[in-house]
Design a protein. Sequence first.
Lengths: 115, 109
Amino acid sequence: DTGVSQDPRHKITKRGQNVTFRCDPISEHNRLYWYRQTLGQGPEFLTYFQNEAQLEKSRLLSDRFSAERPKGSFSTLEIQRTEQGDSAMYLCASTREISFVNEQFFGPGTRLTVL
Amino acid sequence: QQQVKQSPQSLIVQKGGISIINCAYENTAFDYFPWYQQFPGKGPALLIAIRPDVSEKKEGRFTISFNKSAKQFSLHIMDSQPGDSATYFCAAGDDKIIFGKGTRLHILP
């Protein structure tokens, strides 16, 4: 257990529905990352926050995806109008910003299945 | 997107042998090169990482070898054990890291 928690662990939804995932990082970590991982692939970067500021978003993050980190602590990732291609593991990671280290601690992930 | 290319896709090693996984990157601005280990149903866990100012880093049975001029780095697992059977990912970057596609390692008992 890395100290990063994600909820729910599994989500099954029907195409067209909205889903929201939550990530709670390690408490003293000010950076939080979201990744998507499909079967047989490495994690793909989606977006990251430093405190409450969203610093970068991947081109993979279509306008149906939105992420927030309102108080610089937990973060949510929402997918609107889900599509079957959204089925994947969504991973969250956190790190403390230190100039020469970017050790990211990952949560267990939320596995999304879109029917 | 800058790529990180990892090989082989899968690897089978006898118990006690040396497992070697290779990675190549493109962006010379990258300054952080970690290796992650992932078991089924779990998130990736940091195994070992290196900065480009050193050519080798060893932690227990795990060693990273880094060749800056060739833009390549590798993971060596010495005395491989069945418990090392997992998927291994190399990654590269700075504030943001890019992952390779992974190597499924199986250690034969």
